[in-house]
Design a protein around this ligand. Structure first.
Ligand code: COA
Length: 209
């Protein structure tokens, strides 16, 4: 199979819910073609009118970038590691409807969705997701392969580790430290540091396992 394009196209590894959001943003910011790659692709499968294939075709012409498409932090890490190990060109997707503050940096492989605000002097690590309507305030450090879900808030001076999952509409008050591999439940309000690996839920958030 040969796909011809002189425009910018994107290969998304995975085809779950988050990959669909990525595809939608990619189309909005001018990518022309999308190819979903998933080993469980069914014959003839398509999403948003673009093909889902089990492998990247051997002959692929045009300008293609790659992106790790899973919302699951561990799977996204594996996808991004594969892209990097093959030295393939990696995309970084930032919605033009989002605002990044002065001196804020966003590493490669990140997804910054629509209506995200990141205040000044913040850092967003490799392959992380700032999902639609999330808010990261000033002087925050968000690690790698972390997912800040839709409508979540990270107030100023927070440090969030690697492989953290912040559920939808969760909140960290200012000056909070979240360790690596921690899950914050949807709607939780975190008022104390979370350093024991596990899942924290509720208001105020408590460790449940
Ligand atoms: C926190 C979470 C990860 C827990 O999932 P889980 O490990 O499968 O836990 P369970 O569903 O078995 O729930 C365990 C207990 O915690 C409670 N609980 C689960 N999620 C909760 C939440 N967000 N807030 C308060 N309590 C919660 C359950 O009611 C249950 O309580 P019980 O033992 O008294 O019945 C999950 O519920 C969650 O909030 N995920 C976030 C998903 C999300 O926001 N995705 C956004 C993608 S953009």
């Amino acid at each position: 199979m040969t796909i011809v394009s002189s425009m910018k196209n994107i290969i998304l590894l995975g085809c779950g819910g988050h990959a669909r959001s990525i595809a939608d943003l990619a189309l909005h910011i001018g990518f022309q073609k999308i190819l979903f790659v998933d080993k469980n692709a069914k014959p003839g499968e398509a999403i948003l009118d673009f093909p889902v294939l089990p492998n990247v075709p051997a002959k692929l012409s045009g300008n293609w970038l790659y992106f790790a498409g899973s919302g699951n932090n561990k799977i996204r890490y594996e996808q991004l590691s594969l892209i990097k190990s093959k030295r393939l060109p990696l995309a970084k997707l930032i919605s033009p409807l989002s605002i990044l503050g002065k001196n804020t940096t966003v590493e490669e492989g990140c997804f910054v969705g629509n209506h995200v605000y990141v205040g000044p002097n913040s850092k967003i690590g490799l392959g992380s997701i700032l999902n639609n309507h999330s808010l990261i305030e000033h002087d925050c450090d968000i690690g790698s392969f972390t997912h800040v879900s839709v409508n979540s808030t990270v107030a100023g001076n927070c440090k969030v580790g690697n492989f953290v999952m912040m559920g939808a509409s969760s909140t960290l008050i200012d000056n909070i430290n979240i360790g690596n591999n921690i899950v914050i439940g949807a709607g939780a309000v975190v008022v104390r540091d979370c350093n024991i690996v596990g899942t924290y839920v509720g208001v105020p958030a408590k460790l449940i396992n």
